[in-house]
Design a protein around this ligand. Structure first.
Ligand code: UD1
Length: 420
């Protein structure tokens, strides 16, 4: 099992580049099969989730490679339309391939997704959207089979689901006619998928707003696109500098995409200075609790940045309240943070941090991707050494986190082992 040893108490200084967005790159990789040609996606982080998406593409019969930070997909010989259970289980975002496979092949088969670390994650909105475009859906021994030549239609999403919006946009890009998506999610990664499709020749309007229209058609046979920076990784490194102290510069950030995150850190007294595409983060002598942080769909505070921010709040004076409105089970890192000395009460969707807490190194376990990031943040601020087990969760979403933290002066050591 891979693990991370961090001896806390060292302030962070220096400059790092922020990786390309995991949640941006995964839908782009799925969208790469729409053209039937070659797609190059630049600024791809090397992550286990990206490796899982590469495997799905190869399983479908595409040529897919990762080289020098770019993924190249040639989908001209693609014939597959089934995603096996093993690949579906490896990454929940596999459901992102549903729309593109169905649109390209006229059929798709996936296994029924189960729950995940964050609680039940249904796909009813994805299925409903495909139905609105003319797909027929049936169940067959634990698998879902979707069939039909897609035609444009109206998709009214009951909740602004990020994945369902992306699946709808990708399927609509090859459907015949125009599709209207209402109550669409507005996350920056959706705006980016819209730009990708537009650069491929699709006529699409409103991606990144709650109403999206897509005119189906053909995509250009060669697409080169640069993925946007990872706002959650940026939020994580801001949290790390806030908790550990010091002054760091993050290269390659989009200011507008970080508004709700920077608001919270500004309330905590963290100095944030944007210059073109860099952000300087200066930790104050003492952090203040940010008041109440409610996770909401974009442009609200992102649920993925809640765990690392909570870890930084352990070092802040006063009580910080968190209200998690997106996922049911998003406080799994709390018991682990308590092991490090965190005083946190949880009551349903609300968590209250009573800071400042004296943090001491301990043996803890990453419970999920962002929960693992929270443990890293807390460990950087703790006295003594913390051992974080089950690091594979963190590897799903952070490229070379240990190397980046070391370059900022952290005492961090990764021990690679076999994951079971
Ligand atoms: C994406 C992100 C994830 C982030 C989440 C919320 C990717 C790869 N992942 O996940 O990191 O935490 O957005 O910002 O981009 N829901 C339904 N039925 C559905 C689909 C969703 O009820 O068919 C519910 C979910 O249970 C959840 C809410 O809608 O409560 C939001 O989920 P959604 O926006 O779909 O998240 P993902 O796209 O899975």
């Amino acid at each position: 099992m891979s693990r991370l040893l961090i001896t806390g108490g060292r302030a962070l200084y220096g400059e790092i580049g922020v990786q390309g967005a995991k949640n941006g790159v995964l839908p782009l990789m799925a969208a790469s099969i729409l053209s039937g040609g070659v797609t190059v996606i630049e600024n791809c982080p090397r992550l286990s989730d990206v490796d899982a998406a590469l495997e799905i593409l190869r399983h479908l019969g595409c040529e897919a490679t990762f080289e020098n930070g770019a993924v190249t997909v040639d989908s001209s010989a693609m014939t597959g339309w089934e995603i096996p259970d093993t690949l579906m289980r490896r990454m929940r975002s596999s459901v992102m391939f549903l729309g593109p496979v169905l649109a390209r092949c006229g059929q798709a088969r996936i296994s029924m997704p189960g729950g995940c670390e964050l609680g039940p994650r249904p796909i009813d909105l994805h299925l409903e959207a495909m139905r609105s475009l003319g797909a027929e859906i049936r169940e067959d021994g634990g698998n879902l089979i979707l069939e039909g030549r897609l035609t444009g239609g109206r998709i009214d999403l009951a909740t602004p689901s990020v994945g369902a919006t992306e699946n709808s946009m990708m399927a609509a890009a090859l459907a015949q006619g125009t599709t209207l998506i209402t109550n669409a999610a507005r996350e920056p990664e959706i705006r980016d998928l819209g730009r990708f499709l537009e650069s491929a020749g699709v006529r699409i309007h409103g991606a990144g707003t709650s109403t999206v229209t897509v005119e189906g058609g053909k995509l250009r046979p060669f697409i080169r696109y640069r993925a946007l920076p990872d706002r959650i990784a940026a939020a994580t490194y801001i949290s790390a500098a806030a908790a550990a102290g010091g002054r760091i510069v993050l290269r390659g950030v989009e200011r507008e995409d970080l508004t709700s995150v920077t608001e919270a850190f500004t309330q905590m007294g963290v100095g944030l200075t944007f210059r073109s595409d860099t952000l300087e983060v200066a930790a104050p002598g003492e952090l203040k609790a940010p008041g109440t942080v409610v996770t909401r769909p974009h442009p609200g505070f992102p649920t993925d940045a809640q765990p690392p921010l909570m870890a930084a709040c352990l070092r802040a004076r006063g009580s910080a309240a968190f209200v998690e409105t997106i996922f049911e089970n998003r406080y799994r890192h709390v018991p682990e943070l308590r092991r490090l000395g965190g005083r946190i009460r949880v009551d349903g969707r609300v968590a209250i941090v009573e800071g400042p807490c004296r943090l001491r190194g301990a043996q803890v376990e990453a419970t999920d991707l962002r929960g693992g990031a929270a443990l890293v943040v807390a460990a950087l601020a703790a006295e003594g050494t913390t051992r974080i087990d089950r690091l594979f969760h963190v590897d799903r979403g952070y490229e070379n986190m240990t190397g980046l933290l070391r370059s900022l002066g952290a005492d961090a050591e990764r021990i690679d082992g076999k994951d079971t």
